[in-house]
Every structure is written in structure tokens, then in C-alpha cells.
Design a protein around this ligand. Structure first.
Ligand SMILES: *[C@@H]1O[C@H](CO)[C@@H](O)[C@H](O)[C@H]1NC(C)=O
Ligand SMILES: *[C@@H]1O[C@H](CO)[C@@H](O)[C@H](O)[C@H]1NC(C)=O
Ligand SMILES: *[C@@H]1O[C@H](CO)[C@@H](O)[C@H](O)[C@H]1NC(C)=O
Length: 568
């Protein structure tokens, strides 16, 4: 019957996705190691259906409309390590399914319409479990103390509880060690209680889709906590100025926290934070990295200057604020960021005029890396001049800005060694580019030549331009790496490559190679080429002559006649 449409490879990996199976297909064997039956219409798994595949390690049954599984359906699967039952129609879960699965490391039960996790504890026999995903959007409403019995340590625990109505206190406390906990909660109602229970076990807490507008701190009923929590992330969450202040109060319980992240969050406020309120922390403790991506601020135009958080961020070393309509970092704020070494403001609205205010005298005194990719900078000369205040700057990324043609001379911070000018529309490189560079990226531009002497350059990225030949080796006496893919280079020779004294890596695939006698003889006689050309041989195809078009250089043979003529 349906067995023909299951395709298995020699190692026992079987693919039965989207085959319209209405039951587990027959003909399963002990040779099968992995079975993927997702996106079918299976509805029912009977007690003998999986009996034959006793060596199965991976079983994927997601999105297959399963509503019933017999109690002993998995009894022969003692070797199973990965079980995915997500997005089915299971309205109740039975502990008898999981009893025999003592090898299980990964279990996904998410997206089924159950309200609780079974009448009795589901997981006491899963002593090897590392990853567990549970819950759903609509019906999962209660987390109980029996739910996690038997689990002591997990790498990843994800709980989707967007309709949670009851959290029995201590429920999550029994798991002593959780590397990464992801909680989808729509309201902050149980947040404090859960937070207290996971404080001594979770290293990375990720909160998703939570409206924190009404979050109110109150002291936790814990004494002597030493929390291992290092990272805290909010994704798709809503905050207000007030609730931000309330959240800050949690920091006193997580003294080892080093990284905070906000992705796709909405701030319904004006940036009028008030961390100096009575009992609030005055600094972020050990937090070194703050990352904000796609922050939405509806009342953006009324936004405050953030002066209330200046002192909070004095010790922070890495800040990313990406795609969040930043057009200015006020001078006094920049001056307070005394420890900042890395600042990424990609995909914002910075122009030279405001950048000048942000990088004012005394701004970011420790800054080493500045990323201004995809902003609205236009003048390379002005940008360099503005950044002269950053004495410690070694790395500047101004890629994806559309620059006017560069002048012959520019000024840059003295210590600059890395410059990224990719996708900036440049047609010509001039001596505006600083001689101090060790790494230069000019990929994806309109360059048809490159003739600039860069005595310290070690890495040149010049892919996706219009060069017809390799640049002259005498320009870069210490070059180690060159990436020049997707240009119009037609050939390279022994002399040319030999003239780069230190070149270790060349990526030159997807060019327009003319497979002449000389080029093909050279590649044939130089097997060591494969060690330098990292994308050899698949990206090196002959463009011409017509008889060799599309052949790999490695396989193409020169014509005897042509080589004879060349020799003569
Ligand atoms: C757990 O495993 C043991 C042996 O490994 C077995 O005897 C017991 O029945 C299992 N528990 C359940 C609930 O199946
Ligand atoms: C560079 O940063 C260090 C701290 O990392 C600081 O002591 C020094 O003053 C900075 N240099 C300049 C020129 O600002
Ligand atoms: C330069 O910037 C581009 C685009 O922003 C990025 O993809 C690339 O990795 C950067 N180059 C280097 C060498 O980091």
C-alpha cells in the first residue's frame, strides 16, 4: 500500500513527509534509524504500529492530525532519542507513552490542545532528557507541581503558556539546572512567582510575547540566592517606562547577569525612566552587553533624552541598537559610556550632522569598534573627520551607506585597522582610504580596478565588483587573504600568484575564466592550488572557449593544437 512512498537511504534515514498517509505505514523494519512522518493525516497510533522499528532513534510526527495514541504504542522504542509530536490534535497526554523511552533526549509536545500535562507525571523515566517543549497558545492553562517531577537537569525548556490561568507555586523549582528557559506568557501575572522558582536553576531566561505594562515588583520570598542567571532576553514584549523601572528591581536577585537583550519589543513610554527611585539599583551590576533590535516606540517623537539611564550604563562594554530609528546619541550620553568598547547602530537614521554630536569630544573614550552599517551617511570625508575624537577606534563598519565619490585625502582615527565599505556604491578607490588598514572590505561595489598601496593590508574583500584581473601584488606586500569572487577575472598565472609573498587564502570562484592552454596547464601542474583556493574546484568554471563553457577548470583539458601553437 502506502509503503512505496516512504523513501529510506542506506543509513536507515526514512522520509515520509507530506505523503497523505492516514495511518502509520506498514513495512517498518529494525534497520530504520530515523523516521519522519510529518504533515500527514495519521490521526491514530495503535499499539503494534511501531513495533518493528525497535532501533529507531528519531521519530518525527509533527502536524499529522494525531488525536489518539495507544498507551503502549511506543513500548519497543527503547533506543529513541528524538520524538516530535508537535502540532497534532492530542487533547490529553499519557504517562504510559513515555515510560519506555528512557533514551529520550529531545521531546516536543508543543501545539497540541491539552489543558494540563497529564493526570500523573509524564517524565519520571526520562532521565536523559535535554530538550523539552510543551504548551500551546489557546488551551494550556495550568502548570502544576507534579508536571516536571523526575527532571533534574535540562539544556532547553520551552513553555508556551499564553493562556495560563494557574501556576502552582514551586512547580518549576524541582528542575535544579536549566540552561535556557523560554517562557511564552501573555500577561505578567505569574511572572514573579515563576521567577522566584527558577532563580537558582536558570542560566538564560527568555520571555516571549509578554505584555509587561502592568508588571509590578514585590520582594521575592527567597533568602540567600546565588543565581546562575547570565542572560535575560525579552522578545515581542510590551513595556512601559514604569514597568521598565519595576523590572530593574529584579536585578538585585541576579547579580551574575552579564547580558540583556530586547528583540521586537514595544515601548509604550517616553523614555522617562526613573531608576534613581528609592530602592533601585544605581548601576547594572555585571551587565556588559545590551542588545536592542527593532524596538518600536509609538510615541517616538516625544522621546526623552534618556538622561535618567546614563549612570546605569557606565560599565557596559557592548551595546547594539539595531533598526530602531536611532538618529542621535546625545553627546552627554556618549560621554557617560566610559566603558563602551563595541557600539553597533546598524539600520538606523544617523547622518553626519548628528553623528558629530554623538561622537563629540570625550564620547565613548574606550570605543574600539563602531558599526554604522545601513544608515544615511553620504560623505566619507566628513565621517572620518567626525570620528577623529575616537582615539581608541580600531574598527569601523560603514557598509550599506550610499557614499558620494571619495576625495583623494581623508582623515581617520590613528589606530584604525579595519574598514568595511561594502555595498556603498563606490566606483573608484582613492588615497582617502587609510594606509593603516589591516582589513578592508569593499565587496559589492562598482570597482573595475583596485590600485591603492596598502602596506599593512592582510585581508582584502573585493568580491562582487567588476575587476578583470587580480590586483597587482606589489600593492599589498603582506596580504594573507583575498576574496575576489564574482568579478570578471579571466585568468591568473603562476607568476601572478607567486608574486603575493604571503598569500594563504584566495577565493576567486565565479569569475569569467578563459580556459586557455596556459591557465589549464598551470592548474593541472599545480595541485597545491587547491590549498590556497578555498572554493576550488566547484566554483571555477570555464566561460570560454565555447567548447569548454560550463566545465570545471579542474576537469577541462586544453586542446593539443592550442598548446602546440602557444609553445611554438
Ligand atoms: C520506567 O522504567 C522502568 C525500567 O527502566 C520500568 O520498569 C518502569 O515501568 C518505567 N515506568 C513507566 C511509568 O513506564
Ligand atoms: C583608550 O581606552 C583606555 C581604556 O580601555 C583608556 O584608558 C584610554 O584613555 C583610552 N585612550 C584614549 C586616547 O582615550
Ligand atoms: C562588511 O559588512 C557587510 C554588510 O554589512 C557584512 O556582510 C560583511 O561581513 C562585513 N565584512 C567583514 C569583513 O566583516
Amino acid at each position: 500500500g502506502s509503503q512505496e512512498s516512504l523513501s529510506c537511504d542506506a543509513s536507515g534515514v526514512c522520509d515520509g513527509r507530506s505523503r497523505s498517509f492516514t495511518s502509520i505505514p506498514s513495512g517498518l523494519t529494525a534497520a530504520m534509524k530515523s523516521l519522519d512522518l510529518s504533515f500527514n493525516k495519521i490521526t491514530y497510533i495503535g499499539h503494534g504500529d511501531l513495533r518493528a522499528c525497535a532501533n529507531l532513534q528519531v521519530l518525527i510526527l509533527k502536524s499529522s492530525r494525531i488525536n489518539t495514541i495507544e498507551g503502549d504504542a511506543f513500548y519497543s522504542l527503547g533506543s529513541l532519542e528524538h520524538l516530535d509530536l508537535s502540532d497534532n490534535h492530542l487533547s490529553s497526554l499519557s504517562s504510559s507513552w513515555f515510560g519506555p523511552l528512557s533514551s529520550l533526549k529531545y521531546l516536543n509536545l508543543m501545539g497540541n490542545p491539552y489543558q494540563t500535562l497529564g493526570v500523573t507525571s509524564l517524565f519520571p523515566n526520562l532521565t536523559n532528557l535535554q530538550t523539552l517543549r510543551i504548551g500551546n497558545v489557546e488551551t494550556f492553562s495550568e502548570i502544576r507541581r507534579i508536571d516536571f517531577a523526575g527532571l533534574t537537569s535540562l539544556n532547553e525548556l520551552e513553555i508556551k503558556a499564553l493562556s495560563l490561568r494557574n501556576y502552582q507555586s514551586q512547580s518549576l523549582k524541582s528542575i535544579r539546572d536549566i540552561h535556557h528557559l523560554t517562557l511564552h506568557l501573555s500577561e505578567s501575572a505569574f511572572l514573579l512567582e515563576i521567577f522566584a522558582d527558577i532563580l537558582s536553576s536558570v542560566r538564560y531566561l527568555e520571555l516571549r510575547d509578554t505584555n509587561l505594562a502592568r508588571f509590578q515588583f514585590s520582594p521575592l520570598p527567597v533568602d540567600e540566592v546565588s543565581s546562575p542567571m547570565k542572560k535575560l532576553a525579552f522578545r515581542g514584549s510590551v513595556l512601559t517606562d514604569e514597568s521598565f523601572n519595576e523590572l530593574l528591581k529584579l536585578l538585585r536577585y541576579i547579580l551574575e547577569l552579564s547580558e540583556v537583550e530586547f528583540d521586537d519589543c514595544t515601548l509604550n513610554g517616553l523614555g522617562d525612566f526613573n531608576p534613581s527611585e528609592s530602592d533601585v539599583v544605581s548601576e547594572l551590576g555585571k551587565v556588559e552587553t545590551v542588545t536592542i533590535r527593532r524596538l518600536h516606540i509609538p510615541q517616538f517623537y516625544l522621546f526623552y533624552d534618556l538622561s535618567t539611564v546614563y549612570s546605569l550604563l557606565e560599565k557596559v562594554k557592548r551595546i547594539t541598537v539595531e533598526n530602531s530609528k536611532v538618529f542621535l546619541v546625545p553627546c552627554s550620553f556618549s560621554q557617560h559610556l566610559k566603558s563602551l568598547e563595541f557600539l553597533d547602530l546598524s539600520e538606523n537614521l544617523m547622518v553626519e550632522e548628528y553623528l558629530k554630536n554623538s561622537a563629540c569630544k570625550g564620547a565613548w573614550p574606550s570605543l574600539q569598534t563602531l558599526v554604522l552599517s545601513q544608515n544615511h551617511l553620504r560623505s566619507m570625508q566628513k565621517t572620518g573627520e567626525i570620528l577623529l575624537t575616537l582615539k581608541n577606534l580600531t574598527s569601523l563598519d560603514i557598509s550599506r551607506n550610499t557614499f558620494h565619490p571619495m576625495p583623494d585625502s581623508c582623515q581617520w582615527p590613528e589606530k584604525m585597522r579595519f574598514l568595511n565599505l561594502s555595498s556603498t556604491g563606490i566606483r573608484v578607490v582613492k588615497t582617502c582610504i587609510p594606509q593603516t588598514l589591516e582589513v578592508l572590505d569593499v565587496s559589492n561595489n562598482n570597482l573595475d580596478s583596485f590600485s591603492l598601496f596598502l602596506p599593512r593590508l592582510q585581508e582584502l574583500y573585493i568580491s562582487r565588483n567588476k575587476l578583470k584581473t587580480l590586483p597587482d601584488a606589489s600593492l599589498f606586500p603582506v596580504l594573507l587573504v583575498m576574496k575576489i569572487r564574482e568579478n570578471a577575472v579571466s585568468t591568473f598565472s603562476k607568476d601572478q600568484l607567486g608574486s603575493f609573498p604571503k598569500l594563504e587564502t584566495l577565493e576567486a570562484g565565479d569569475n569569467h575564466f578563459v580556459c586557455s592552454c596556459e591557465l589549464l596547464s598551470f592548474t593541472m601542474e599545480t595541485p597545491a592550488l587547491a590549498q590556497i583556493l578555498v572554493d576550488w574546484p566547484d566554483s571555477y568554471l570555464c566561460d570560454s572557449p565555447p567548447r569548454l563553457h560550463g566545465h570545471r577548470l579542474q576537469d577541462a583539458r586544453p586542446s593539443v593544437l592550442e598548446c602546440h601553437q602557444a609553445a611554438a
